[in-house]
Design a protein around this ligand. Structure first.
Ligand code: ASP
Length: 431
């Protein structure tokens, strides 16, 4: 199962690269495509053109842009493809009230039709097999069963990503970036050997390239580790695309269409079979955090007190990112934005709710998450992290050793952020 993202299909030349990848390996049977993406930084994705076309008075001018883009792809591929009839059909169906999701999904539809024609593969429409309920939520089990049945007679096929049909027969889309989910569902349903996700990067980087120069690509990572990394804001693929393949244990391989010679990142259930030279799988971090420290005698022994505190957070609509409990202290990590301009008022509320001895709120914090499946099983990983920071005179203000033993969260002052990431990276990668 092979999926290509929007930048991998942005031009005829990119289509050719993608097709060459498919043809190179006989085992690449099924292809899921996104809509053509940006050709350069200033460009607009085809999906965004369609979204704009749904706005009042924008339809005709946006359609001209969309047609121009697809025409240049069809011409560049030297294909005999009846684009005009397809466009007429889209125009009429939309005018007849097919809905906004229908129009927005047509980038994937056209890309898949063109790719199928170019490869000589069957076109199988996602609307036949990706099933949503009337609220627009995916019907998971039904979808997987249906894909298996529909795909069965096809040896090779191209399927448009991003959309399906609801119980009322209307086209519905996933959230943005949702072609990844289609790919994962097809991979799971056809019991693929691997789900190759071809994009414009060579996989997941060990650290932010804006901080560490030329960081290494993570060679192998587990689904669990990936979850930790994406929860901290590093985007790899759509969050909901992990579940279907993880459930059945199909590995995901993130690859770069422009550098097919690179192995990319392999995401697996169990990494024991892969030699691992590095003891960590990734470092991700964020600035803009605050910690709220509440002190009261026997605070954590009394569950009533803790409940009352959490109620205050709920009432004030403050999301708790992480929570550390001591004997008499509870330290809660939140986004700085949530306490901005209301530190005093919030402290007072928390203090009176439980008659606390002290409440202090510190902002200007950064958090760094180090993800490592070796953390709890290999002695020394956490010590090395802390030693690397100590060597740079960086004070650790807060430390959370993840409950599942595969990550460590560190709170430091924001002005140490970049240095801290560099120090940890050097310790594990450069050494
Ligand atoms: N074309 C859709 C988007 O831009 C879906 C996708 O590319 O996965 O979000």
């Amino acid at each position: 199962m092979v999926k290509f993202g929007g930048t991998s299909l942005a031009t005829a030349a990119q289509f050719k690269k993608a097709a060459a990848i498919v043809r190179e390996e006989e085992a690449r049977h099924y292809v899921v495509v996104s809509a053509p993406g940006k050709r350069n930084k200033e460009d607009i994705k085809v999906t965004d053109l369609f979204i704009k076309a749904t706005e009042e008075g924008q339809f005709d001018s946006m359609m001209i842009k969309i047609i121009t883009r697809f025409r240049s792809i069809v011409r560049g591929l030297g294909l005999d493809f009846d684009l005009d009839s397809e466009i007429d059909r889209i125009r009429n169906t939309y005018r007849d009230g097919a809905g906004e999701d229908y129009l927005v999904s047509r980038g994937e539809y056209l890309a898949a039709k063109i790719m199928a024609a170019y490869l000589g593969y069957d076109f199988v429409d996602a609307e036949e097999m990706i099933l949503f309920d009337e609220k627009g939520d995916l019907q998971y089990k039904e979808t997987v069963a249906r894909i298996a049945t529909v795909m069965d007679p096809h040896d090779n096929a191209v399927v448009p990503g991003f959309y399906g049909k609801d119980t009322e027969g209307r086209i519905r889309t996933f959230s943005r970036g949702g072609s990844d989910i289609t790919g994962a569902l097809v991979a799971a349903a056809v019991k693929g050997d691997v789900y190759e996700n071809w994009t414009d990067v060579s996989g997941l980087l060990m650290a932010d390239p804006g901080i560490v120069r030329n960081p290494l690509t993570v060679p192998v990572i587990t689904y669990k580790e990936l979850r930790e990394i994406t929860a901290r804001g590093t985007e790899v693929m759509h969050e909901d695309a992990v579940y279907p393949v993880r459930k059945v244990g199909i590995p995901v391989n993130i690859r770069n269409t422009d550098k097919p010679e690179e192995a990319g990142t392999l995401i697996v259930k169990n990494a024991d079979y892969y030699p691992s030279i590095l003891k960590i799988s990734g470092i991700s971090g964020e600035t803009g955090h605050a910690s709220i420290m509440v002190e009261k005698d026997r605070l954590n022994a009394d569950s009533d007190i803790r409940t009352k505190l959490l109620q205050v957070f709920a009432q004030e609509e403050i999301t708790v990112n992480s929570m550390l409990a001591g004997v008499d202290t509870l330290n809660v990590l939140v986004d700085e934005e949530q306490v901005k301009g209301r530190k005093r008022e919030l402290s007072e509320k928390l203090r009176t709710a439980i008659d606390a001895d002290k409440v202090s709120i510190t902002d200007g914090l950064a958090t760094i998450a180090i993800v490592s499946r070796h953390m709890a099983v290999s002695p020394g990983v956490s010590v090395r992290i802390l030693t690397a920071l100590a060597a740079e005179q960086i004070n650790v203000k807060l430390l959370d050793y993840g409950v599942d033993g595969i990550s460590m969260l560190i709170g430091i002052e924001e002005n140490n952020f970049r240095e801290a990431i560099k120090a940890i990276y050097s310790e594990f990668v450069k050494k």
